[in-house]
Design a protein around this ligand. Structure first.
Ligand SMILES: NC(=O)c1ccc[n+]([C@@H]2O[C@H](COP(=O)([O-])OP(=O)(O)OC[C@H]3O[C@@H](n4cnc5c(N)ncnc54)[C@H](O)[C@@H]3O)[C@@H](O)[C@H]2O)c1
Length: 443
């Protein structure tokens, strides 16, 4: 049925997750309608263009499936939903200024989907939501708007997205999917679809809330472990111990899972996912202390980098005030064109607030406007006459920095602060820089 184009799928929200998802469903043979509220997003897809240049293979795939009319794009959610058997929701679920989950896009989409839903269709939530949100928020809206009953007249399931930006097409065909549905029949139908389209194994769990708990647990496990590594880093720096040496040695033990410290945690998932679980915990009167504290520790790391900058500049007889600082790398992780919740923004703002002149270079964002700065075209342009270099993102290019050359173009004796453990401390010092690195004890 899939290969014959008789499976009709609507993908709602054509962003970082929805766009590649729509494309791979279309490649597998489904007749896919992509829906977005942003006319520019729809127009770009109708032209077969890809707005995520950092996703390998996506442009080629989109050109192909759009040309063959396997994937079409529209602003009209109603028509897309009423003509599809499967409706996949991939709209954003950020947290607001007060760190409260903002489910407004999910709610709006659920109302619109419910109003157009036909008997026998299955709604699949890929957006990240707190456990219970599908059952207690999305289901009632769908039922009220459609006049249908979930589990009886239509199916409802969670299949949280587990991909890694910058590698999504690869992940989609290799990372198993976790599916929690409203009943066994719906779970089976969704499992068959995902197995057929993605060729991955499917882990069926009891219900949507368990699937959402899996998604949050895997991300919070990482966030909390990074916070622990950051806590070790702050302590070991003062004790003159190299945290990397410690963690790498620990990694030789059978039950140790290495996580490393750094300049902070960013991106669309880790900085916000904790708050979905915290919000659900608070509803039950439970405060997830460790999860909350981990967020605080990770959020504080940019301030620590600024402290290291100040220390390193003092070592060469300079202060942050009046210093020219070259910020190398601003994306929230290597190899993506994405600055969502990047901790480097805070580093930049703090340094400027203290009177520094910041210059930015990032190979993923050449010549673009970022944090109020035009990104330089090469590292040399940023480093020229700088008093301090700060590594904010571990882009591959930074592992190859020609330190001796850079030491000749900086302003006299300069400092270098490595927020991502990209450079060997001894090599940096040998090149003449005053060195500081997150987690690298100096005494
Ligand atoms: N980006 C990631 O790394 C990642 C990984 C796993 C899970 N997720 C989750 O996937 C979901 C989607 O994230 P994303 O990164 O793709 O977001 P995104 O911001 O890249 O894209 C979201 C798209 O949805 C559209 N949209 C917003 N409201 C809409 C509405 N009411 N109707 C139709 N379209 C609407 C936007 O215009 C945008 O094109 C979120 O819940 C996110 O937490 C993201």
């Amino acid at each position: 049925m899939l290969k014959e184009g008789r499976v009709k799928v609507a993908v709602i929200g054509l962003g970082r997750i929805g766009l590649p998802t729509a494309a791979v469903f279309a490649r597998a043979g489904a007749a896919v309608t992509g829906v977005d509220i942003n006319p520019q997003v729809v127009e770009t897809l109708q032209e077969g263009s890809c707005r995520f240049a950092d996703e390998p293979g996506l442009q080629e795939l989109l050109s192909d499936v759009v040309k063959r009319r396997k994937l079409v794009a529209t602003l009209d959610l109603g028509i897309a939903v009423s003509s599809s058997q499967f409706i996949i929701i991939c709209v954003p679920t950020p947290v607001d200024q007060t760190k409260t989950p903002d489910y407004s896009a999910v709610k709006k989409t659920s109302h619109a989907v419910g109003a157009a839903l036909r008997e026998g269709s299955i709604v699949i939530i890929e957006s990240t939501v707190g456990p219970g949100t599908v059952e207690n928020l999305i289901r009632p809206i769908l039922e009220e708007e459609s006049g249908l009953t979930a589990g009886q007249d239509f199916g409802l399931a969670s299949c949280p997205e587990r991909s890694d930006p910058g590698n999504i097409l690869e992940n989609l065909k290799s990372v198993p999917r976790v599916i929690g549905a409203i009943n066994g029949q719906c779970g089976e139908a969704v499992a068959v679809l995902y197995e057929a389209v993605l060729g991955v194994s499917v882990i069926g769990v009891k219900d949507p809330k368990t699937a959402n708990a899996v998604k949050l647990t895997e991300n919070l496990f990482r966030d909390v472990n990074v916070a622990l590594a950051n806590e070790f880093a702050l302590l070991f720096e003062k004790l003159g111990i190299d945290t990397y040496e410690v963690i790498n040695a620990c990694g030789t033990k059978y039950n140790f899972v290495p996580h490393y410290p750094g300049a902070g945690v960013g991106g669309p998932c880790l900085p916000s996912n904790s708050y979905y679980l915290i919000a659900e915990g608070l509803k039950t009167g439970n405060i997830p202390y460790l999860i909350r504290l981990a967020r605080e520790i990770n959020d504080r790391m940019p301030d620590h980098v600024v402290e290291l900058v100040s220390e390193a500049l003092n070592e060469v007889g300079k202060t942050v005030k009046g210093a020219r600082i070259a910020l190398l790398g601003v994306t929230y992780k290597p190899n993506v064109r994405d600055i969502q919740l990047s901790p480097v923004q805070k580093i930049c703002e703090r340094l400027e607030g203290m009177g520094a002149r910041v210059v930015i270079y990032d190979p993923m964002l050449l010549d673009e406007e970022v944090f109020g700065h035009r990104v330089e075209r090469c590292a040399d342009d940023a480093v020229d006459s700088a008093d301090c270099i700060v590594i904010g993102t571990a882009h591959p290019e930074f592992y190859q920095l020609q330190l001796r050359h850079l030491s000749r173009i900086v302003n006299g004796r300069a400092a270098l602060v490595d927020g991502r453990n990209v450079l060997d401390p001894a090599t940096v010092r040998d090149a003449g820089f005053a060195y500081r690195g997150v987690g690298r004890g100096t005494s």
